[in-house]
Design a protein around this ligand. Structure first.
Ligand SMILES: C[S@@+](CC[C@H](N)C(=O)[O-])C[C@H]1O[C@@H](n2cnc3c(N)ncnc32)[C@H](O)[C@@H]1O
Length: 296
């Protein structure tokens, strides 16, 4: 298993996602002799996981069952251990598209945080791209590096433990795209420009507050960035439901020829499949500011 390549069979050392039901999942590190407790009973790694196909339905100790899924960046985002606030797939999907990421892209990112966005970037730029990610919190930087190795994407990423606002990304003239998720992104704009290729590229900065956006846009304009635009993406999830709608009663409706003693079938309700408006909607995550560095 790797986060950038699909494998058919579960092996020792893999990460597997245990799917317990709608909105209920947990990640496990597969280890010979290990056990994982779930509300449906125990999963024995040696017997129930190792050598089985990803996607298998596993019967647990108490007779209940779970599905064992191959990890993806999207599933990891929903299951990863939080060390910081993270980005979710709705924002990540737009970031990946608007930064024009593709296999072989070179990307700079700061901060690494919990590595939620990093995994999606790595999957998109594999097998020949590279991610330079900067995190000034030492334990977070070390933990992210360890996770990238465990997820077998370590060859695609360099983690630097430094302050991006003071020391930049540690590379010059190599990046096709830069992504910022730090409290003062305007202080890193010049470093971002220096990290990017001479022929230009794309930048994105994520900020929760509009005051941060204003400062970032001003810094981007000062540094000669073009096509500056800020947007917010809101997700609306619809539930599918079968509902019963009552039919209006307009009285007997018999054709003219029908004798009066023939019973007329009366349907009082109809079943239909529909979507209901979301009961709750995810609120504001942050503003996404995009810009282009022109060719010099
Ligand atoms: C909100 S988290 C990033 C989350 C990440 N985008 C994810 O999806 O998991 C912000 C991270 O930036 C780091 N950070 C803040 N300012 C920084 C700076 N000047 N240089 C490097 N890292 C910084 C913080 O330590 C924190 O881990």
């Amino acid at each position: 298993m790797s986060f950038v390549e699909y494998s058919e069979f579960i092996q020792e050392g893999d990460v597997a996602i245990i799917f317990l039901g709608h909105d209920s999942m947990m990640p496990v590190k597969v280890q010979q002799g290990s056990q994982t407790q779930t509300r449906y009973g125990v999963i024995r790694h040696s017997k129930d996981l190792i050598g089985q196909r990803f996607g298998t339905k596993v019967t647990c100790g108490k007779g209940g069952w779970v599905y064992v899924l191959h990890p993806t960046p999207e599933l990891w985002t929903l299951n990863l251990p939080h060390r910081t606030q993270i980005l979710y797939t709705t924002d990540i999907a737009n970031i990946t598209m608007m930064l024009e990421l593709k296999p072989a892209s070179v990307v700079c990112e700061s901060g690494t945080g919990s590595g939620s966005l990093s995994h999606a970037i790595l999957r998109t730029i594999a097998p020949t791209g590279h991610l330079h990610t900067v995190e000034f919190h030492q334990q977070r930087a070390e933990k992210a590096e360890e996770e990238f190795r465990e997820h077998r994407v370590g060859h695609l990423v360099t983690v630097r433990n430094q302050d991006v606002c003071k020391e930049g990304f540690g590379v010059t003239g190599v990046a096709d795209a830069v992504f910022l998720d730090i409290p003062s992104p305007w202080e890193a704009v010049q470093h971002a420009k220096n990290a990017m290729k001479r022929q230009g590229g794309r930048l994105c900065s994520f900020s929760p507050c509009i005051e941060q956006v204003q400062k970032t846009c001003a810094a981007l304009a000062d540094e000669g960035f073009e096509e500056i635009s800020t947007l917010e993406v809101l997700l609306k999830v619809h539930d599918v439901r079968t509902i019963t709608l009552p039919l209006p009663d307009f009285g007997p409706d018999r054709p003219l020829e029908t004798p009066t003693d023939t019973p007329v079938p009366s349907n009082t309700s109809v079943l239909c499949k529909t979507t209901t408006p979301p009961r709750e909607m995810a609120g504001h995550t942050g503003y996404l500011t995009f810009a282009t560095k022109p060719r010099v």
